[in-house]
Ligand binder design. Sequence first.
Ligand code: 4GY
Length: 229
Amino acid sequence: MRFDVLTLFPEMFTVMQESIMGRAIQNKKIELNIINFREFSKDKQKHVDDTPYGGGAGMVIRPEPIYDAYQSIIKDLKIKPKVIYLSPKGKVFNQQLARELAKEEHLILLCGHYEGIDQRVLDEIVDEEISIGDYILTGGELPAMVVIDAISRNVEGVLNEESLKEESFSKDLLEYPQYTRPEVFLGKKVPEVLLSGHHANIEKWRLEKSLEITKNKRPDLIERRNQNG
Ligand code: 4GY
């Protein structure tokens, strides 16, 4: 799967090229192209923003550098990739949307900053506006990284397939607790069933724990589960 990110702060994306994402990129399961749309400014001083028409505080990103950067991505493509704009006005991101977007071959993510982007270029190129939650950040870069990470782990070959299967089996429940060595830590023993080697009992215990934790911490998820069957 290919991601192109349009941003004024390309260095921010170095932090997401470690660990599982780094390996997925090395193994060519994920292609991550970070494009600084400042390079598409026709201004001598490479300005990309200007004051808002109608007045008010701050600066607005001009439409032309974004449109030109977008055109440079799609110029030789047969299929037009979906363009996602990260903004608090968008549809709230969740695991279902991450799974659906993982089926796409190519996505373009557009990151705003300052007071936002001229509406005309958004109307022209954006297919989906996505929010990662009801709070306001200083830019779309962290949301873009969140969305890319959550999508990528649903792309074939990025995680070991076992973990994804377990996830879809325990659908809409919170994860059961995990333990590793030592068997006793600060006087606390690992639950006996996990040492038993009895796989049916282990599965039963894990499902019970998942249900208990979800009921206590996120009763809304149990409600949704009952609604969805
Ligand atoms: N929440 N979910 C979010 C955000 C910051 C000014 C437009 C969010 O997705 N994006 O808070 N974005 C703003 C900053 C330009 C994006």
